[in-house]
Design a protein around this ligand. Structure first.
Ligand code: PAF
Length: 273
């Protein structure tokens, strides 16, 4: 595995290869969810590139930028063992200049749900993803469905900016009890981990209601709230695959999303129905 710190050096190296490139952008603290993205990328491309960069522009003031888990040596080893060909590991100064051109998240879909609780977050995500895609110029880029709104906005950016990359959604990985894997799970105590299981339970309940032909969004959300209590729920929402809020579930075209705070950690999860 070759490790690059500087964007232009990596870009020049990859441009000269003329092979299909699978790319997985990450913020590190790699877990089995990331490994499933790497595995898929390895199956579908000649070479695989991973980036590890805790992107400062997607953290709001007072969020966990400083304490976000950083495990440089362990992450490098994980990438090596997973058969990654190139690792991009820049510093913030290698990626950002002062007085920058930025990408703006769309006014509506970038500022609902996660975008409402973290205004500006998605502009930071889209800006760094635009930069990373331009540096790596991949054939396919892999993103987890756990961050469903992020995935939607990146797909929109690629389409609307006429970018030449295929965005590949990958199923959410869960632990044996059903909790969606996330680097932020590291923050949870044993008790909080148990509490966090209310999130997948609420989504399971929503699924069983829809299977029983209960499509009314208000009713489903009430049932989910009852399961999630007493967690602090940032939002429960049911939207279509374009992220337009629904009043009735449309089977085959809906996403049910939850964000809840467990202790001081906010956790996201969703189900695509
Ligand atoms: O999902 C993430 O880990 C990040 O938002 C991403 C896509 C790597 C951009 O920093």
């Amino acid at each position: 595995m070759r490790v690059f710190q500087f964007p232009n050096a990596l870009r020049d190296e990859l441009r000269a290869l003329h092979v299909s490139i699978g790319f997985i952008p990450t913020m590190g603290a790699l877990h089995s969810g990331h490994l499933s993205l790497i595995k898929k990328a390895k199956e579908e491309n000649e070479i695989v590139v991973v980036s590890i960069f805790v992107n400062p522009t997607q953290f709001l003031k007072g969020e966990d930028l400083e304490k976000y888990p950083r495990r440089e040596q362990a992450d490098k080893r994980v990438c090596e063992l997973a058969g990654v060909d190139y690792l991009f590991y820049p510093n913030a100064e290698d990626v950002y200049e002062k007085d920058e051109v930025r990408v703006c998240a769309p006014n509506v879909r970038g500022y609902i749900l996660e975008g409402a609780t973290r205004p500006g977050h998605f502009s930071g995500v889209l800006t760094v993803v635009m930069k990373l895609l331009n540096i790596v110029n991949p054939t396919n880029a892999y993103f987890g469905k756990k961050d469903a709104q992020q995935l939607k906005l990146i797909t929109l950016m690629v389409k609307q900016m006429f970018m030449d990359v295929n965005i590949v959604p990958v199923e959410t990985m869960r632990d044996s009890l059903g909790l969606a894997l996330s680097s932020r799970n590291d923050y949870l105590s044993a008790h909080e981990r148990t509490e966090a299981l209310k999130i997948p339970s609420a989504l399971k309940k929503a699924t069983s209601l829809v299977i029983a032909k209960e499509y009314d969004v208000e009713t489903i959300i009430k049932e989910m709230e009852a399961i999630l209590a007493p967690l602090e729920v940032s939002y429960i929402a049911i939207v279509n695959r374009e992220f337009v809020p629904l009043t009735k579930v449309e089977t085959g075209n809906s996403v049910i999303l939850v964000e809840a705070v467990v202790g001081v950690t906010w956790l996201l999860d969703n189900i695509w129905l």
